[in-house]
Write a protein that binds this ligand. Structure first.
Ligand code: C5P
Length: 284
């Protein structure tokens, strides 16, 4: 039996645009994404000689084959055509669930990367991204990392210049959102709050943090904030603490602010702590 470990990094959607509904039921997206240091710990025992099992330290996380980490491991060995002779997965969860931070996708991406390394890299990066896309729309980006433009379902990735160094304060309101439910409620005709993806790309190409922070925009945010005043309230507190820009990430409900100084991000985190769970993070 071999034990392997891999960090599973969360993602932020710096911009998120919804371009339309596709015949397959998914939505056509265009999103500038960033991998951040907030992470889960993923540990795998390969070759346990026992039934597959998954353990986590958080009650709301499924421990069966519906967990994306389990599905990723299953798909990896099925595609490889090999029986690993038993796998045990342990997840140390720090990324909140149903937050728009890609927690489940991050774990699945970490499993695919770790198993590929363990087996001597049988799959190319491109093949690993394709496997990831079968597990979930955000998994390919979590494998790809850095700063990237995600299109299609989220699986078509283009490398962008790195987001300039900064500090993120992330706040998790006391409600969470199912991605499926939220996308079901999206009415394309009423989406008027849209990012300027070109302007965000230009800001990244110029390496201009202030300009990039000014371009944060998530087309899904009004759908959530219509019913949850907390989103606007959190953004306002972050702005009062000196955030250069704020937004909801993904399908929510987590909100993040961008700061150029750590002490300001920490101040925002401490101010918000009374109201919600907060996290401080950086680019990976
Ligand atoms: O791909 P994944 O399983 O992570 O997606 C979860 C849900 O989010 C999908 O079932 C779908 O309802 C919605 N979704 C979408 N369009 C995307 C990505 C996700 O409608 N591009």
């Amino acid at each position: 039996m071999t034990t392997i470990r891999e960090p599973a990094y969360a993602k932020l959607n710096l911009t998120l645009d919804v371009l339309g509904k596709r015949p397959d039921g998914y939505h056509e997206l265009c999103s500038v994404m960033q991998l951040i240091s907030l992470s889960d710990g993923v540990e795998l025992d390969v070759g346990t000689g026992e039934d597959w099992r998954l353990e986590t330290d958080r009650e709301d996380v499924p421990t069966g084959s519906e967990n994306l980490a389990w599905r990723a491991a299953g798909l990896f060995y099925k595609t490889l055509g090999k029986d690993p002779q038993g796998i045990a997965i342990r997840l140390t969860k720090r990324i909140p669930s149903q937050a728009g931070l890609g927690g489940g996708s991050a774990d699945a991406a970490a499993v695919l990367k770790a198993l590929n390394r363990h087996e001597g890299n049988p799959f190319s990066q491109e093949e690993l991204l394709c496997l990831g896309a079968k597990v979930g729309s955000d998994v390919p980006f979590c494998i790809f990392g850095g700063t990237a433009l995600a299109e299609g379902r989220g699986e078509r990735l283009t490398r962008l210049p790195d987001m300039p160094q900064c500090f993120y304060c992330i706040a998790m309101p006391d409600f969470s959102i199912s991605t499926t439910t939220l996308f079901d409620r999206v009415d394309q005709k009423t989406l008027t709050y849209r990012p300027d993806t070109k302007a965000m790309r230009a800001a990244l190409e110029a390496g201009d943090l202030l300009q990039a922070a000014g371009q944060l925009c998530n087309a899904l945010e009004p759908v959530v904030s219509r019913e949850h005043g907390d989103i606007a309230a959190i953004r306002s507190i972050m702005e009062d603490c000196g955030a250069l820009g704020t937004s909801m990430t993904g399908s929510g409900s987590a909100v993040f602010g961008i700061f150029d100084a750590f002490d300001m991000a920490a101040m925002a985190s401490m101010t918000l702590m009374e109201k919600c769970r907060t996290f401080l993070s950086r680019n990976v």
